[in-house]
Design a protein around this ligand. Structure first.
Ligand SMILES: [Zn+2]
Length: 275
């Protein structure tokens, strides 16, 4: 599996001198499976650049998964060049109850008062696929999902290929005192033994009390989850828009002091890795 980060920011894009290293674009992740399938999770503003690369690499089919429809996860979609190409097909997977609204969500943000090109004018062959809660099979790769704790229904996704497991879990409040969609133990089970966990780390421990119920986690809670679940490598993502590169550097250093065997990194826009 090859993974590339195209957007690592939460809430709103924040270009500028303080976000050059970890990036200012909102959530978008590319996964290239060993079986050749091209996966995208979320359509944050990072999706624009990914679209250009997909075209230059001549990729013709994409499987797209949406965690949820808040702005920072959908705004890049109208700027994703492959949707204008007749020679490209796109499967859009949604989990109920988001699935029932997927077309309205994507069409709605392209209405003429927001955007000059309408959804019905798109060139790509777009199919909406209802995600089976028990999981789906993509040419031998198991994809499963779980609901996170967020004000709007939001899903984490797990990809299992051969003996490798990746979990992408963002917009998740691990301290579920206010939002308790999925109990902590179930989340631990979902993540258990993953080689790679990419998880929301929007806040610090000393900030999180102000944001209870907003559907995000502190980096300390994220490390605790990964340790408890026996994860090999953890990437922080969905950084708060006001978090600077320097602060993220410091957070990653602090995290590795308490992480034991677990290796912790900060997801950086433009970086990729294989495992
Ligand atoms: Zn978000």
């Amino acid at each position: 599996m090859r993974v590339k980060f195209w957007g690592t920011r939460g809430s709103i894009p924040v270009p500028g001198k303080d976000t050059i290293k970890y990036g200012g674009n909102t959530t978008c992740l590319e996964i290239t499976l060993e079986n050749g399938r091209e996966i995208i999770i979320d359509a944050g503003t990072g999706m624009r650049q990914l679209g250009m690369e997909i075209i230059s690499n001549d990729i013709k089919h994409i499987d797209f998964f949406l965690t949820h429809s808040h702005w920072d996860h959908i705004q890049g979609f109208p700027f994703f060049a492959p949707i204008f190409r007749k020679d490209i097909s796109l499967n859009i997977y949604g989990v109920s109850p988001t699935f029932e609204r997927l077309l309205d969500i994507l069409k709605g943000q392209m209405e003429f008062i927001y955007f000059p090109v309408q959804f019905k004018q798109l060139g790509a062959k777009i199919s909406f696929k209802k995600f089976d809660p028990k999981g789906i099979d993509l040419d031998g790769v198991k994809v499963s999902s779980i609901m996170t704790n967020h004000p709007l229904e939001t899903h984490a996704f797990k990809f299992e290929e051969n003996d490798k497991t990746l979990v992408f879990m963002t917009d998740n409040e691990l301290d579920h005192q206010v939002i308790a969609t999925t109990p902590y133990d179930k989340q631990v089970d979902f993540v258990r033994g993953a080689n790679i966990l990419i998880h929301d780390a929007q806040y610090k421990k000393e900030e999180i009390d102000k944001y209870k119920g907003w559907g995000h986690s502190s980096w300390q809670e994220t490390v605790a989850l990964a340790k408890k679940a026996g994860v090999e490598k953890l990437f922080f993502t969905h950084y708060d828009p006001s978090r600077t590169d320097t602060e993220i550097d410091e957070i990653v250093i602090e995290a590795n002091k308490i992480s034991g065997k677990l290796s912790v990194l900060g997801a950086r826009e433009g970086n990729s890795f294989e495992f």
